[in-house]
Design a protein around this ligand. Structure first.
Ligand SMILES: [Zn+2]
Length: 145
């Protein structure tokens, strides 16, 4: 699959708690493929889980992240995405990692427009809550009309 191909498909991803309807770039090995910054914010790669003091906890990957590095001739990189909801704390998680995790989770719930901490993670693409995203879309339509 060419990651520059912007043709997207709607898919459903279950992150262990919520079914997300989202746009993916196709499927590989039966898993939805996302470009950089396009995956639901509750899906993390193994290294992102590790940075947050988590481990996959034996779960199978629920999606794939496919991207190219900025350097010329860089190889395509494929990373498996795991559900944060199904992940477990690393047994060795330090207090500092726990603080980092709760900060990271809070950051994912804050809307960039209204600054309100939502009960759900805001989309990585817009970082807006549902209300602000709707308002922004409505504005776009008004400008276009
Ligand atoms: Zn908002």
């Amino acid at each position: 699959m060419n990651p520059r191909n912007r043709k997207q498909q709607i898919t459903r991803v279950f992150d262990g708690r919520t079914h997300h309807a989202c746009l993916c770039r196709g499927f590989r090995d039966g898993l939805p493929v996302f470009g950089w910054g396009e995956a639901p914010s509750t899906l993390l790669t193994k290294s992102q889980l590790r940075d947050a003091g988590l481990r996959p906890n034996g779960q199978d990957p629920v999606a794939l992240l496919v991207f190219r590095h900025v350097k010329p001739y860089a190889h395509e990189t494929v990373a498996e995405l795991f559900s944060v909801e199904r992940a477990a704390l690393k047994r060795t998680a330090t207090p500092a990692q726990l603080v980092a995790l709760s900060r990271a989770m809070d950051a994912r719930r804050v809307c960039v427009d209204c600054g309100v901490v939502q009960e759900y993670c805001v989309p990585t693409s817009t970082r807006q809550c549902g209300t602000c995203e709707d308002a922004a879309l409505a504005n776009q339509w008004e400008v276009a009309a």
